[in-house]
Design a protein around this ligand. Sequence first.
Ligand SMILES: CC(C)(COP(=O)(O)OP(=O)(O)OC[C@H]1O[C@@H](n2cnc3c(N)ncnc32)[C@H](O)[C@@H]1OP(=O)(O)O)[C@@H](O)C(=O)NCCC(=O)NCCS
Length: 159
Amino acid sequence: MIAGAGPIRLRLSLRDGSGAPEWPDGFTVGVFAESDGDAVERLLTDARADGLAGCPTTVAGWYDRVSVDPKWDPDLVTLARHRPTGRIVGVVHGWRGAFVKDLAVEVKARRLGLGAVLLHETARHFRARSACFMDLKVRAENMPARRFYERLGFVAVPD
Ligand SMILES: CC(C)(COP(=O)(O)OP(=O)(O)OC[C@H]1O[C@@H](n2cnc3c(N)ncnc32)[C@H](O)[C@@H]1OP(=O)(O)O)[C@@H](O)C(=O)NCCC(=O)NCCS
């Protein structure tokens, strides 16, 4: 593992497509629509409340900013919904070019496996686009997320 300040680039090989994780009981995959933008913004803001994943204020106006980016593709945003209520409890946002821009699961729904299934969905999308790997950046001090990515097979690569 690379230590030190600043973001660390992590990479997951997409060559091995086996072992799809199951959705945890009570949760289901959700397709993103523009009307979900505010809920996603709230989720990303809350997920940054402790500052580990970034500054909460940088998420303001999330949909308006991301949707005009050339790397934006709404098909690369996958939601986790609480099945009984339909509430959005998790989101993964990929950019074109096999990059995971954001991943967040609300505090109450963590450690159930949602982060892993969301990332698996994104990997599936990138594989379908013939990507051999997908990258993301994580803050060096975000040890919970670094451990989580390591368990899933991500390895540090030079940025
Ligand atoms: C990082 C994050 C997305 C992980 O989401 P999650 O839904 O908790 O992820 P999972 O449940 O798949 O895995 C998390 C941990 O729970 C464990 N876990 C998974 N299913 C479990 C279960 N049924 N029971 C107990 N533990 C479980 C995993 O082994 C994993 O352990 P680890 O963190 O020690 O590696 C979430 O913590 C988060 O939103 N963090 C804030 C935002 C952030 O840091 N995002 C990343 C920015 S780069």
